[in-house]
Design a protein. Sequence first.
Length: 1027
Amino acid sequence: MLQKREKVLLLRTFQGRTLRIVREHYLRPCVPCHSPLCPQPAACSHDGKLLSNDVTHYVIPDWKVVQDYLEILEFPELKGIIFMQTACQAVQHQRGRRQYNKLRNLLKDARHDCILFANEFQQCCYLPRERGESMEKWQTRSIYNAAVWYYHHCQDRMPIVMVTEDEEAIQQYGSETEGVFVISFKGILNVNKHRAQIEAFVRLQGASSKDSDLVSDILIHGMKARNRSIHGDVVVVELLPKNEWKGRTVALCENDCDDKASGESPSEPMPTGRVVGILQKNWRDYVVTFPSKEEVQSQGKNAQKILVTPWDYRIPKIRISTQQAETLQDFRVVVRIDSWESTSVYPNGHFVRVLGRIGDLEGEIATILVENSISVIPFSEAQMCEMPVNTPENPWKVSPEEEQKRKDLRKSHLVFSIDPKGCEDVDDTLSVRTLNNGNLELGVHIADVTHFVAPNSYIDIEARTRATTYYLADRRYDMLPSVLSADLCSLLGGVDRYAVSIMWELDKASYEIKKVWYGRTIIRSAYKLFYEAAQELLDGNLSVVDDIPEFKDLDEKSRQAKLEELVWAIGKLTDIARHVRAKRDGCGALELEGVEVRVQLDDKKNIHDLIPKQPLEVHETVAECMILANHWVAKKIWESFPHQALLRQHPPPHQEFFSELRECAKAKGFFIDTRSNKTLADSLDNANDPHDPIVNRLLRSMATQAMSNALYFSTGSCAEEEFHHYGESYHIPMCGCNFALVTLKEFLFILIFCFLFEGLALDKYTHFTSPIRRYSDIVVHRLLMAAISKDKKMEIKGNLFSNKDLEELCRHINNRNRAAQHSQKQSTELFQCMYFKDKDPATEERCISDGVIYSIRANGVLVFIPRFGIKGAAYLKNKDGLVISCGPDSCSEWKPGSLQRFQNKITSTTTDGESVTFHLFDHVTVRISIQVSRCHSDTTRLEIISNKPYKIPNTELIHQSSPLLKSELVKEVTKSVEEAQLAQEVKVNIIQEEYQEYCQTKGRSLYTLLEEIRDLALLDVSNNYGI
Ligand SMILES: [Zn+2]
């Protein structure tokens, strides 16, 4: 019995017109299935090709996959492919004759294990298109429906993998039919740097972060399965049958260890696959090291082909043709990969340039920059020509035109800034005053960077490329030239500046927001305060005015009046901030750990103690005002441009980190409730060991890690429900350095708060308050200006990004922010290593310190050292297979034996029966040493030398045994760096010049730097110590 149907086709002609064609269409009960598993071969009347018997599943590509990745589907490695008629017709109608012929040839080719299934003629498979359903959706639905039919037709004996790029389809069908998997086959290859030879993962696209409980990664085990793809490549993956799945390794391991040095106990088997094709090569410049002379000799006769080792563990060795191997052996060198032959174990590449000598500060910093694809050449002449002039002979002035256009706050408002001491680039100021009607007016005034940076000007393009100011441990690379960042856009005290302001009218009693005004202004900041001074004023300690330069040359009377005015303003601001905060606290503001440690010196100037520093209340006041401004701007630009506004979003927390946090807390008898931010905040507050404050800090730092990094996105690319802003990190500065991602105001003090609850719904958030150092804020300023301008709307709108371009830009900014975080972390570690490098761990007291165990692994523990802020792995089993043993004097020794790991402890038992157990949160004594690496960065090594907390021996005087003299420390590190610099001058001069060009700004004392290193420690970017 045949059923007649009509099918409407819309074809596009060569002239671009759309042609409507109605086709008659007959449905049959049987069409050839071409499967050897067919239960009714006679009815199916197979002729021609049959699918192979030798497959573990069939692959059904969605129509879009057939259109876009036919080249991949042509790979002979891919077997058991069923092309649905629907998909083939989509190619025919939308991709033209050539592509369609390719597909037909593929189907005819006997060597390819693929068949055509005429699903639209099969009466159970055919689905009419529904009213209002798009062609695309209907095609995907038809193909899925046919896949399910096919699965059942083969009597559920052969699993089917439908491959699609449609995330909605993955969501919708992914778990609908058992045996029919709907996945994307495309993802980014991510090599595990601790097991670069064996472990890589591919996170498939479409595996949305929503199901973070779900393991969405596919394990690629071994180099062969990686099929010449390199870390970062976009690859196509084929799943292996379940009996070939493997587990990931959980033991600690060293970076350069052999494949299985200590790789016991892999975890549960996880989806495992192999790479069948590379869609996009993400090759970049790689820093490599040439082999030493001895190694070259051992590499054999083919001396012109040299295998070089990339600095990044995740990149395979590269074969370079060069005669210069010997001259280059002491340098860090940039190379590029050209090709990777299928017959070769290694890719081929060529030499690009020399960066510097191995181990030199400048060479190593240059390495970090290249490895993070950070290019910071000095601003060009063309770019500088666009900059305004401000010199003593030719001072910059407010122009009369701007005076006309802008609201002038110079006389009416007391504007001031609160920043860390010595801050050069002030991008935000505050004001508060009482209005005539008795209400209050709160103002946040941000540097008007976009006044000076025109869209698509040279400087705009450069700032966009950089995306952020990069802060390395000892220097920074500015996003904008200093004439803007440190001068004309810096809202310094006593000078006229352009600003973009947001002002709220607040009810005098309830502080409820009555009105809000946005616009361009002219301000003159009256005071450039630093945090500590502002706090003193707030606390009523007025003697601090002597430290505030603005009060210097005033007569007593006006000084008194001005002081009163300022104290009132700071007090009022704090009051408002407290109020806003209290309102938020009520629904679960979450304060997480960002360590700030204060160095306490005794009378002899010895470091006496490191005390976690209580953030000043005035920090919170400023942060609160900035949060408010960011939120209100987000709201405004989203309302005006719902499809092309740049907002900020926090992906949901990583549940697996939360479960680790819960387990850890349990070890100390605490219960952490992660159901909501409110319960999390409360239970973290309660998880306080009165004898050991470190416990709470470590738990908070784990919670911090569970919160995924916030990302920028375009509102057009995301449904409104997904805007959810789980929490924003706010860091408050200590001494002028900061993270690239956050402003000075946001350093080291993390305030995560909650938007999940109705009522307070601060659900939209963006970055508006730091346009000097973040390109995102520049985009947001332009959006805001377009949103509030009435007359010239069209003209300004022309300068805005479309949703698609903005999405692309967000991706770029997010990527650059990650690079900024990584480079900061890596440069910090570089300095840590340089500090310990020339110390003999066997004799130097400072190499021995107290450490706290914060994680248990199969063959060791992870230890945090509060004194230096170092986190790292300490092995309990060494390379020779000996285990740690602590005698009655608690000193450790290596002996034969075995380890037994439990939930929150690990026990080492020697063959002669001694045993020692290490618990989570135990204090132990560790020795810090540096593992020097020629090809990679040096790393700190931790060795447990006693299972007891570190005690300063009583017999010695405190200032001898306990921490270093401050002056001594500064002298020491400065000296070694100076020596390095001296040595450098003697070396290759060209390289030296290049370095100097690189460093646009430099400065700050090394002492400050080392303090920061300590502080940064808990804020790890990548929490992977061999996980
Ligand atoms: Zn059949």
